[in-house]
Design a protein around this ligand. Structure first.
Ligand code: ZN
Length: 193
């Protein structure tokens, strides 16, 4: 996998996001023909670990279509074991060159963790992974949710390497690039952190 391939994948995402921000969507690869082309298999160009938040659908905000993105969504974009396994699948079996962890502004999961509201049922499992970012940004100037969401996205990108020898090796050998990014709900813009 060349540097060019990994950079191309990121450029393709960011160009799609620029179209989304400018309201010039191409809505690519959504035709019956594309559906038919994909029957033989998929070759998505990026994996995205994003939040389940309904306001942050990767195919929409990056203006992509069928077969383009391998999307892992979970409240608070946390790199749980199952998400790490899914990212490994994307890299090992689909040869994906880019893994992006996508946090976002006004994230409900981050807000609930900050306010210690994620205490019932299974929620503490997710909150436990978000909490370190809340502690790290505590008292810093700015919006506490947005600050924590940015640090959290970076931490989850690091966690993918820490929890997975497969991903760490692929990144060290330059076969994949792992990036953290942040989506702003107001502007629609994605920023690579
Ligand atoms: Zn969220």
């Amino acid at each position: 996998m060349s540097d060019r391939t990994r950079q191309d994948a990121l450029d393709r995402l960011m160009n799609g996001n620029a179209r989304f921000v400018a309201a010039r969507l191409e809505n690519p690869n959504r035709t019956p023909q594309r559906r038919a082309e994909l029957l033989g298999g998929q070759k998505p160009f990026a994996a995205i670990l994003g939040c389940a938040d309904s306001r942050v659908p990767p195919e929409v905000i990056f203006d992509q279509g069928l077969g383009d993105l391998f999307v892992l969504r979970i409240a608070g974009n946390v790199a749980t074991d199952d998400m790490v396994a899914s990212a490994e699948y994307a890299v090992v079996h689909l040869d994906i060159p880019l893994v992006m962890v996508l946090g976002h502004s006004r994230c409900g999961a981050v807000t609930a963790t900050l306010h210690k509201h994620a205490t019932k049922g299974h929620l503490p499992k997710l909150a436990a992974l978000i909490e370190p970012a809340c502690l790290l940004t505590h008292g810093a100037p700015g919006d506490p949710v947005d600050l924590a969401a940015r640090v959290h996205a970076r931490r989850m990108a690091a966690r993918l390497r820490e929890e997975s020898a497969t991903l760490a090796t692929a990144a060290a050998e330059g076969r994949i690039r792992i990036v953290a990014a942040y989506y702003d709900l107001e502007s629609g813009r994605v920023e690579v952190l």
